[in-house]
Design a protein around this ligand. Structure first.
Ligand code: PXG
Length: 459
């Protein structure tokens, strides 16, 4: 690409030809388009030379930070050796073998096999087809309903959108049959009439009620993110996951942990299910698997499921051209080696995680903040009009979150707004000094937002 083009020219070209994801194309203005050109560690630079901290690790994925030459070299070397071959028709490749073996080592003990794809969305499509096939193989084809939760995010393909709990996505062609949703464990948003513990139990028991309503004999699986990411970093009350585990243990229903965001150290364990003590039958992974250096996803399959495919037999008619793509596997292998060598999971659990959480707690004292939550290195702050009335929300929802997000960008920090919740998910390599800077930029952004709201007479 001609890097000598001006930012204005680049924006023009982008507006003319590039159809962006999750965008209102009527309202996206020219000047709002930020052209990112370079990144290193937790920092990025745009086409005007502005330096900005990547507080979202790209899109919840760049766990080892930007610009790792080791990954780049591993990909270059793999591409010069074998840039592509498939894993269909009895073939495999060296990187696919090595990555599958590495995943067997780092995932919980029930997982020894993984299927590869290109993203979290196609991974969840794989999950839908695989769990339904599993029950068919066991002679129970009626077990095909998959339960999920309201405000879950599982991706943008048709099946993944249907699994998700986002009404807007369902309305835009994102529906398939035999999917249903239980409640989400969002205490601050929906449960303040109860203690968090009581509400966590209630939210979990909505799954039990759904199972009873639809019939255990018709239900294939329950899928959930350990902590809902795109839904707003919804950290469940402590009572929630143990109760879900009890409900699932009592029933013959598969459990799928969607680890696309929570996997690879984000919550302070290799996988979010380990942070919460659940025992999934399958895990969907993407994002942090390669830290976003190349697109790759995986579905890990427990022995219980793999055994059925191995013993009953019959072809599983499913696969992607890029399943086990050698260059993407090489990127993931190099990424995981960095995570292991630099002990980034342990660092998240006992060093930089607790360090940033302390800052986050202090942000919770800001007059605009109703709740501040963070597990490992994924956090959220909910903006409210009146701290003394934590149930009150800004009307219409989402405007204030966007104002705060825009201030954050101006102040040099990428945060994401989900309604009036600000989200942070920095690379796991964040240093203490960078965490101090992050907190200072977030505080200033809240102060600037408060000033705006006062000027507008909204507060
Ligand atoms: N599961 C979860 C839990 C996710 O967060 C996917 C599946 C789908 O992954 P792919 O690789 O197909 O995008 C995701 C993706 C946001 C945002 O705005 C979140 C995601 C993707 C894009 C935007 O928070 N999560």
């Amino acid at each position: 690409m001609n890097v000598n083009l001006s930012t204005a020219d680049l924006r023009q070209k982008d507006a003319a030809h590039h159809f962006h994801p999750f965008t209102d194309h009527k309202t996206l203005g020219l000047d709002e388009r930020r052209v990112m050109v370079r990144a290193d560690g937790v920092w990025m630079w745009d086409s005007d030379g502005n330096r900005i901290m990547d507080g979202m690790a790209g899109l919840w994925c760049v766990n080892v930070g930007h610009g790792r030459q080791e990954i780049i070299e591993a990909v270059r070397s793999q591409m010069s050796e074998l840039s592509y071959y498939n894993t269909f028709f009895k073939t495999t490749t060296l990187p696919a073998i090595e990555l599958a073996e590495m995943l067997a080592e780092i995932t919980p003990p029930q997982f020894k096999m993984s299927f590869f794809g290109g993203s979290g969305s196609d991974g969840n499509d794989t999950v839908v087809r695989m769990v339904r096939t599993y029950w068919q193989m066991l002679g129970k084809p009626e077990k095909k309903i998959i339960l999920s939760r309201v405000n879950a995010y599982h991706g943008s393909t048709v099946a993944a959108a249907a699994l998700g709990g986002m009404a807007g996505m369902h309305a835009q062609g994102g529906v398939i049959g035999d999917i249903d949703h239980a409640s989400q464990p969002f205490w601050f948003g929906e449960g303040q009439d109860m203690t968090p513990e009581e509400f966590g139990l209630q939210a979990a028991r909505s799954l039990e009620a759904k199972i009873d309503e639809l019939g255990e004999e018709n239900i294939a699986a329950f899928i959930a993110e350990p902590i809902q990411g795109a839904g707003g970093v919804i950290v469940p009350p402590d009572s929630y996951w143990p109760e879900i585990k009890r409900i699932l243990d009592e029933r013959d229903i598969l459990f799928i942990s969607d680890e696309v965001i929570c996997g690879f150290g984000r919550t302070g364990s290799w996988f979010g299910c380990q942070t919460y003590g659940t025992e999934p039958d399958m895990m969907t992974m993407a994002k942090g698997l390669s830290s976003g250096y190349l697109p790759i996803g995986a579905v890990s399959i427990s022995d219980k499921i793999a055994d059925v495919f191995h013993t009953v037999g019959g072809e599983f008619f499913h696969g992607y051209t890029y399943s086990g793509h050698p260059a993407c596997c090489a990127a993931a292998i190099a990424n995981l080696k960095i995570m292991q060598r630099e002990k980034l999971v342990e660092r998240c659990a006992s060093d930089i995680g607790p360090y940033l959480q302390e800052h986050w707690k202090k942000l919770g004292e800001h007059p605009l903040v109703g709740e501040a939550v963070m597990v490992g290195l994924m956090g959220a702050i909910e903006l409210v009009p009146d701290k003394s009335e934590p149930k009150k929300r800004f009307e219409p929802g989402g405007e204030v979150g966007n104002i705060a997000r825009d201030h954050s960008f101006k102040n040099g920090l990428v945060m994401r707004a989900v309604r009036d919740r600000l989200i942070i998910c920095p690379p796991l390599t964040l240093t203490h000094a960078e965490a101090d800077e992050l907190a200072a930029m977030a505080t200033k952004s809240l102060d600037d937002t408060l000033d705006d709201l006062k000027k507008q007479g909204r507060i």
